[in-house]
Write a protein that binds this ligand. Sequence first.
Ligand SMILES: [Zn+2]
Length: 492
Amino acid sequence: MPMSLGDAMRYEAVIGLEVHTQLLTASKIFCGCGTRFGAPANSQTCPICLGMPGVLPVLNREVVALCIRAGLATHCKIAPFARFARKNYFYPDLPKGYQISMYELPLAEGGYLDIPSDGQTKRICVKRIHMEEDAGKNLHEGIAGGSHVDLNRAGVPLIEIVSDPDLRSSAEAIAYLKRLHEIIIYAGVSDGDMEKGNFRCDANISLRPLGTTALGTRVEIKNVNSFRFIQKALEYEMDRQARLLDSGGIVVQETRLWDAKAGATQAMRGKEEAHDYRYFPEPDLVPLRVDPAWIAEVRAALPELPDAKRERFVAQYGLPEYDAEILTGTRILADFFEETVALYPHPKKISNWVMGVLLREMNREDGGTDAIRIPPAQMADLLTRVETGALSANGAKTVFERMYQTGERAEEAAQALGVTQVNDLDELERIVDAVLAACPKEVARYRAGEAKLIGFFVGQAMKQSRGKGNPARLNALFVRALSPAEPPPERS
Ligand SMILES: [Zn+2]
């Protein structure tokens, strides 16, 4: 049954997001095992994270510090008293039969993020942030003899960041996720690597008729780890639920998985309620009392966050807001910009290069924008060469592309490409003379008042120099050579 746009417009989406992000610690949350990604299966395990009887967890202090940092970076209040809780369920990748998480007393609460929405800023509440351990991983494919389990990830520290259901469209959901992702990486809480599952999202979504306030029945989409898939999954769900409601059906509360191949969400299981997990306070860990002095210490060590950096870029460098938004999109891009400005103090020129040529080169690669292959000093050197006329603006772009691909310095790349601009006056004058000698008719017309022919002469000279002549200098030479007071010099 095809659905017209008009049907979907009769409903309003109510979306809340739960993000799990892996913390940047060297060891797990309750034992000393490593957290390195890609280690041989079960090589990073011990009796504690294997869930052996009789062992006791010991809380990793750095995990708490990073959770506080995440809380402060999202404007949360840090609770003076927090407590871990057991979330009981059975699954083969969870050897203890429960996950140590937090329930009624999380570490951080009541924060917010400001996101762009329809040209405005919208404030989305961050309801809570709590610490928990990750589970292991079941392996079903490519292994002889049935399914296996790898417990390297069991006990890896996570925080879960829960938003209020303040989001009203897939676009807002993605804007929120991108801003959160940016902040988490800036603050050094997580590397945010989505391909490794270090930043993944569960989305709760329900529809309600426009203009009403009661919440509809929600569906949870579990464990999506790409912005594009989350957007597609949300859009698919809105469409599916709108059709169901239109046809008089009811939405069932359940957990669904995004199937990227099918381009659809699939029902996985009925959605559990909190009471299904029989949460109770974790008896093996003492409650957490967080010293205000420690919170102050973490706050003082927080790096400058994206919002503040954006505002500073506008104020300090006189950049348009659009530029500041893009340049602060990632910390490495912002740092690259500032390091280049320190060597070549023309912020807007650098900004144009970064937004145009640099980002295009970076996006050409699969790795996206997580590394810049050109040192700021080389960027500054290249721009200085344009400034002094050693390179034309167009030549510099070609040089830049080559530098990016080969790792050569500006000078090496320019020489290899043979695009070093000709500035030598003698050489330029020879070209000017040759052009004037070859075009007597145009010279006569220019002298009769057709001043715009200067462009024609410069063009001819550029052709003769195979694009290497400095156009500004050529222009000046032609004007001088053709001026009545000073006839073209005769050369022997
Ligand atoms: Zn362990």
